[in-house]
Write a protein that binds this ligand. Structure first.
Ligand SMILES: [Zn+2]
Length: 170
């Protein structure tokens, strides 16, 4: 953990490993083809790699969408759109300091599984990336329920479910 609140290189390796596992779990849950994540890659970014206006210190992570036609216009998501997960290193590292301690591997797996479920639902289930606040709130509930189901039984995950359910948004 660095003093700047950003991931160190070794933190980044840990979250990359957690991402690989999350990809496998999500692929299994949604019965995706074995090469689905290769054919539909996403970017995993941290604050260092993100434009300042995208940074939100109040969430652990957010999904971002890149318009495949590079028009720069905001529009409804298309199947060929390209998604990314932006991890908020400071929020994640702060959560690791809570009295109820978590480790980066477990928290990373939780956050990444949640975000990848969002991406699959945007891509394959017609969920609108630009849904109304009410639609987004409902979608959060669905995504959390699926994530919970997928990670049930993973060691020390229960306290993370409670943390999320207490209002922290990812
Ligand atoms: Zn979410």
């Amino acid at each position: 953990m660095s003093a700047t609140g950003l991931f160190t290189e070794s933190d980044r390796t840990t979250v990359d490993r957690a991402a690989r596992l999350a990809e496998g779990l999500v692929a299994q849950y949604f019965d995706l083809a074995h090469d689905d994540w290769i054919k539909n890659p996403y970017s995993l970014m941290t604050w260092k790699e993100a434009a300042k206006y995208l940074r939100d210190a109040n969430v652990f992570a957010q999904t971002v969408r890149f318009d495949s036609r590079h028009t720069g216009k905001i529009q409804r998501a298309k199947p060929q759109d390209y998604y990314g997960v932006l991890l908020a290193d400071p929020a994640i590292l702060r959560a690791l300091l809570r009295p109820q301690r978590h480790d980066l591997w477990t928290l990373g797996l939780f956050v990444l599984t949640h975000e990848l479920v969002h991406i699959v639902r945007f891509r394959k289930f017609g969920v609108d990336f630009f849904g109304t606040p009410r639609e987004r709130e409902k979608e959060e509930e669905v995504v959390h329920k699926i994530t919970r189901e997928m990670l049930a039984g993973v060691e020390s995950m229960d306290s993370l479910f409670s943390l999320y359910e207490s209002g922290i948004r990812i």
